[in-house]
Design a protein around this ligand. Sequence first.
Ligand code: SF4
Length: 505
Amino acid sequence: MLPSFFDSVLQLVVRTSTDLPPDVRAAMKAASGAEPGGTRSSQALTIIAQNIDLAVDAEGAICQDTGMPTFEIKTPVGANQIWMRQQVREAIAEATRRGKLRPNSVDSITGRNSGDNLGPGTPIIHFDQWDRDEIEIKLILKGGGCENTNAQYALPVELPHLGRADRNLDGVRKCILHAVWQAQGKGCSPGAVGVSVGGDRTSGYVHAKEQLFRTLDDVNPDTRLAEVEASVMATVNSLEIGTMGFGGKVTLIGCKIGALNRLPASFFVSVAYDCWAFRRLGVVLDARTGAIDRWLYRDPSRAIVPMADQAGFTRTGREVALQAPIADETIRSLKVGDVVLVSGRMFTGRDAVHAHLMKHEPPVDLRGSVLYHCGPVVVKEGESWRVTAAGPTTSIREEPYQGDIIGRYGVRVVIGKGGMGAKTLAALKTHGAVYLNAIGGAAQFYARTIERVDGVSLLEFGTPEAMWHLTVKDFPAIVTMDAHGNSLHTDIERTSGEQLEAIKA
Ligand code: SF4
């Protein structure tokens, strides 16, 4: 067998989780340059830039959601793919043990987390043969927040703000614009889309994700598709959805389109949305030893240029300090757009915790508390715990529960990303609470605001889903839904919808 194969795959997994490829870095640098200083998007991009640097320096996960590992492997004829698959799975388990990947594989029936990222369908490994005497392995780590914003259209279709999308390339363009508009900031914009035209429902989504293996700065060899890509990129940023949906100049950093043949009756457009934490790398291995011959997407001989030219959060002097537990009058004084720095006790809680609290009393007193939608990466060190990655998760999943939990238990602050819906907004107003949008994917940055882990409840749900008791200092976030019925998310959705109408016209 190939003595270096396992180590090579492990290196690939670790590097992919902790270091963005140069084309994505360049696109994010350009996004930073496009946003005027002092705006919400600009502040968010500053945090993102620091997060990217911190992840490389500490070899820590760029985002706490290390996603669904998806491998595309090409092997010479005659290679033992059964053995390779096993080695890839072991490398994934080892990277998880080392805290480079979050345990992310959950039994869909029981809800049990396997703890090692292995399980039916996890990881995804696609093999292909080629007539070259070397092995190519490409890997993408795509998180759940952006995966949930994927969209598939069966044309012809009537689209809000854009009208009818017919079975032609203009219809394809409309579907892409609609998918980006619909995603708003939930997929941690600015993002990139991989698009497939045609295929069936299944192959369309696979093919769309495959487009994300192209570099952001390449040019589609199919001139017809290149034109659509250019047209989308020329117009999409006028939607002003901006970073995290805060409003701003840059909404998308890439659009990559491929086409498959289709059945006469079907015309699918499948859109795979990837976030700014666009983790994609590859290696070419010696087919006799499995050693890395060269890297794809990156040149290891070139030094990594830091993204941020400063450390720490850019303060404007207008930030509001919040110390938990938080009083009613403090909450009601906050309004949409305020930047806050949260200190004190914070509890994490995401899908399993919210479902649990609908039927059971909370394991801690939540009156005046801060509830953070976060599934952190946590490592045990002796008898204590250390959080190594802790960005926000997509909040809208908790919409069916959040209002009730705020009302029943007196939660004052909910932190997450992407915003929440009308039921939560009403509960914020009735009970005196606010929703804060943290910067999605900034897992390293936020981990450094955590002074200590004070305890954990409901650990039986697995580390990402448990309720962690954290003490934080100066955790920055933006009030995007206040206790007076205002929602920045609703405003941006409306104004970007109006922009779509303008693009259509
Ligand atoms: S950056 Fe956002 S969408 Fe991407 S993996 Fe992280 S939390 Fe999910």
